[in-house]
Design a binder for this molecule. Structure first.
Ligand SMILES: *Cc1c(COP(=O)(O)O)cnc(C)c1O
Length: 456
């Protein structure tokens, strides 16, 4: 076995195509439905929001979709991202497991999100779009799209969930540094926002509301499109550079993962590291165990219902079949802002239904405990979201120790926590409560799911 701890690919090994899992699914995804007619949506329905190339990627069943050269050019600034063997963490845990992590915090915005932001900005620019509108929770996605917009000459407006806007000024400053305009949501700039504000002037906002505002603005103007940082098929597709690189790096390490762990908010970084391996398995290759980790306070995969639902609170989006807590569900405030979404990517939800992946939920204090242990062993301070994956990987490693077996565990360290140090301060101050969602609110949100007849 190779003894190094860092596996670096040179830039000639940057993937030339994204990997599309839809080519290898044993059963196809349920269609996306029009909320009025309940008929499958076509490209025309989505054209006000997305450029054609991205709509085609959304429904494509081609296994490989070439990465345009201008996108690869930008990727080369930080990709291929490093893969590490966590030998010091293994020693700290006294585990026989072999722990590897792929580190996506090396991008300019500090997470995996630029992998799709750059691609989306490119296709929009090619289609003659001048302005992109989006939402952001903690600010990771907003800053990634702001970065990508700056590179491709697009104006970017970001509706940022009000509580984060007030509590996380540094992410907002990063967006503004890249030239984007950041608007706290709910805002008085949209009907969706004004409706909410009329009911409650100091509403803290939610991702679902911010999505409604961004979609509303994008739909109004021909030169303006919408961009989403997770959930959709094309977003997950763009993230597959992560897993493809990891496969080449694991080969350098002369190893193959027995278990892959990722955190899931909308499912994109998880898909990025998992799908290339899962595709190989579905084509007859080696079987891998796959675990999605989500917050106990917003547990769409472990507690949500698999049903057709809206992607936003204002019900402007089409209906997708996914694990959902209900589009009106507002999770309690916790620090992993990137994991506070009511739904899960349709592709990841579908895999859960097919029994191809497992899911577990953790509370935030245990997750931060794992993150601090990781930082002290490996030196990298993970984003609060990434701490979920760290915790999942550590639990797998401890299971190896109990069982006295050595398994290879690969996890995605999807971002660094340099903008999230307040969360660490709160953790060290004993102020990080293990919030539970409100059962009555969940029941109400689920009762409000749209009723969609099951296709025969
Ligand atoms: C946005 C974000 C997430 C959650 O989104 P996914 O689509 O589930 O990956 C997780 N980690 C980080 C660092 C993020 O910025």
């Amino acid at each position: 076995m190779n003894d190094s701890i860092k596996y670096v690919l040179d830039e000639t090994r940057l993937p030339r195509a994204w990997y599309n899992l839809q080519a290898d699914l044993p059963r196809p995804l349920p269609p996306v439905l029009h909320p009025g007619t309940h008929q499958p949506v076509g490209p025309d329905d989505l054209a006000p929001l997305f450029p054609l190339e991205l709509i085609l990627q959304e429904v494509s069943t081609e296994r490989e979709i070439p990465i345009p050269e201008p996108v690869r050019d930008v990727y080369r600034q930080w990709r291929p991202a490093p893969l590490y063997r966590a030998r010091r963490l293994e020693r700290a845990l006294q585990t026989p497991a072999r722990i590897y992590y792929k580190y996506e915090g090396v991008s300019p915005a500090g997470s995996h999100k630029p992998n799709t932001a750059v691609a989306q900005a490119f296709y929009n620019q090619q289609a003659g779009v001048k302005r992109l509108v989006t939402e952001t929770g903690a600010g990771q996605w907003g800053s990634s799209l702001a970065f990508a917009g700056a590179l491709f000459g697009l104006d970017v407006q970001v509706f940022m969930v009000r509580v984060s806007y007030d509590q996380k000024p540094y992410r907002r400053a990063l967006m503004e540094t890249y030239g984007a305009r950041c608007t706290p949501s709910p805002s008085s700039e949209t009907n969706a926002g004004r409706t909410i504000l009329a009911k409650r002037a100091d509403h803290p906002g939610s991702l679902g509301i911010a999505i409604s505002e961004a979609v509303e603005v994008a739909a109004q103007r021909d030169d303006t499109k919408y961009a989403l940082g997770s959930v959709l098929n094309h977003v997950l597709l763009h993230q597959t550079v992560i897993g493809q690189e990891a496969m080449a790096q694991m080969e350098m390490a002369d190893d193959y993962p027995d278990v892959i762990v990722g955190c899931t908010g909308g499912g994109s970084n998880f898909a990025g590291i998992v799908f290339p391996y899962l595709g190989a398995q579905l084509r007859g290759g080696r079987k891998v165990g796959i675990v999605a980790i989500e917050p106990a306070a917003c547990p769409s995969l472990t507690r949500g219902r698999y049903a057709y639902d809206f992607g936003d609170t204002g019900h402007l989006t089409p209906l997708t079949k996914m694990h959902t807590l209900g589009s009106t569900f507002t999770p309690p405030g916790f620090h992993a802002g990137g994991l506070r979404y009511h739904g899960m990517a349709p592709l990841v939800s579908h895999l859960k239904e097919l029994g191809l992946i497992d899911a577990r939920a953790y509370h935030q204090s245990q997750v931060f405990e794992a993150g601090v242990l990781f930082a002290r062993a490996e030196g990298i301070v993970p984003a609060p979201e990434a701490n979920h994956a760290v915790k999942g990987a550590i639990d797998e490693a401890l299971r190896c120790k109990e069982e006295g077996v050595s398994r290879a565990i690969l996890f995605n360290l999807c971002g660094h926590g340099h903008f999230d140090m307040q969360a660490y301060i709160d953790y060290f101050g004993g102020k990080l409560a293990d919030l539970d969602y409100d059962e009555a609110e969940l029941a109400m949100a689920l009762a409000g799911l749209p009723s969609v007849p099951e296709p025969a």
